[in-house]
Design a protein around this ligand. Structure first.
Ligand code: SF4
Length: 398
């Protein structure tokens, strides 16, 4: 039964899809990070690259005939890999999948792990967008976060990326860092915008259970709630002065430079996630690869693997979404976007009017001035964006 669900999920995804590649390695764990990432020696990294390339080939067979519209390599830190390994991975992707001629191909970069030669390798491998994890331009705060780079290393990386020919660069920034004042945030924001990247992601720090920050949470001097809200609200105003438009809760882009890969996630484009712990979403079925490195490596190191992607034992979690789950996901992800959700699309996907399903919730947040309806679309108001977690919670299925 499980196999049948898996196969039909890939079949339903035919048309177009996105590809995500997970590289779980980092030089050192940042204090706030709960992503699936760790440091590993050269031997483990090489075994992983070989296994990932095998998964890429298996998935390529399953996706025969499907157009791949975006590729995103994240982690971890993909650029912990050496240039030869990066080249081999992207060669395998190009050979195994039908990539659109104008596919957006992004790699996450930690500034402490690249030099000009590696950036040129990425460019030559077909990568056309970089997402550089900067977080702050203040050395004191970078140290606090446990980042491996300082401000100068980031600036060198950004300029080297431009010299290597990248014309589509995103910078990740973080607000709400311990000991960060409102003015610290504004300074970082303005300095980053002055560099002129095409895209800026501005996230607030979240204390995730199990991280070093979580363990010392009582002693962290976090900005208070009012300061955090001011940081969020002023981010939009400040970035708009530099020509950035907010298009999602935490994402800002220059004209036509939205992250197509993430917009795909938020609007329900099917995606295949390859690599340790990676998730896929195909035809209302969600799969997740094992997060046990040895199990992942063992499976792909076997030469007589008989099961096609994604029916192998490494795709260990699979869940067919109920209608209620799928509708909630559509609304919660769609409301993240500035344009919100289309009532017509909701009806064509689920055969129901959105008011029939969520009438009371929509009315409640409409009354509170957090949601608005106009021209067949429902979207968060400016106040709704500040209180988005409160609004979204109400759409979660019981
Ligand atoms: S570089 Fe990114 S993935 Fe790696 S530990 Fe830091 S935050 Fe986590």
């Amino acid at each position: 039964m499980a196999e049948r669900v898996a196969s039909s999920a890939v079949e339903k995804s035919m048309g177009c899809a996105e590809l995500y590649l997970h590289i779980p390695f980092c030089m050192k764990k940042c204090g706030y990070c709960d992503f699936l990432s760790f440091s590993a020696d050269a031997d483990m990294r090489e075994r992983y690259v070989r296994a990932l390339i095998r998964e890429i080939k298996d998935a390529g067979d399953a996706f025969y005939g499907t157009r791949i519209v975006t590729v995103f390599a994240g982690g971890g830190t993909p650029t912990v890999l050496d240039s030869g390994q990066i080249r081999r991975i992207f060669r395998a992707v190009q050979a195994s999948f039908s990539l659109d001629a104008d596919a957006e191909i992004t790699v996450e970069v930690n500034p402490g792990t690249v030099d000009e030669e590696k950036l040129v390798t990425l460019r030559d491998a077909g990568v056309n967008r970089l997402s550089i994890g900067c977080q702050s331009l203040d050395d004191r705060l970078l140290l606090e976060l446990g980042r491996i780079h300082d401000r100068d290393v980031f600036l060198r990386c950004f300029h080297a990326a431009r010299r290597a020919g990248f014309r589509n660069i995103s910078i990740d920034l973080m607000s709400g860092i311990p000991d960060q004042s409102y003015m610290d945030w504004v300074r970082t924001l303005r300095e980053a915008a002055e560099l002129g990247p095409e895209h800026i992601s501005a996230y607030s720090l979240i204390l995730e259970e199990g991280t070093p920050f979580w363990r010392k949470r009582d002693s962290l001097r976090l900005p208070d709630e009012d300061t955090e809200r001011r940081m969020y609200e002023d981010t939009r105003r400040i970035l708009s002065e530099y020509g950035y438009e907010r298009y999602e809760i935490s994402n800002y882009a220059k004209r036509d430079r939205r992250c197509r890969h993430n917009v795909g996630y938020w609007t329900g484009v099917p995606y295949a996630g390859l690599g340790l712990g990676a998730s896929s979403y195909l035809g209302n079925v969600r799969f997740r690869n094992t997060d046990h490195m040895e199990a992942y490596l063992d499976w792909f190191e076997q030469t007589d693997r008989a099961l096609p992607w994604p029916e192998a034992p490494v795709h260990c979690e699979r869940e067919a979404l109920s209608d209620a789950d799928a509708m909630a996901e559509f609304v919660i992800l769609g409301l993240r976007m500035e344009e919100g959700i289309s009532e017509e699309t909701f009806f064509s996907r689920f055969g129901k009017n959105i008011g029939e399903v969520y009438g009371e919730i929509l009315e409640k947040h409409g009354r509170e001035g957090l949601l608005e309806e106009k021209n067949g679309r429902i979207f968060l108001t400016e106040r709704g964006f500040s209180l988005s977690n409160y609004v979204m919670c109400d759409f979660l299925p019981d």
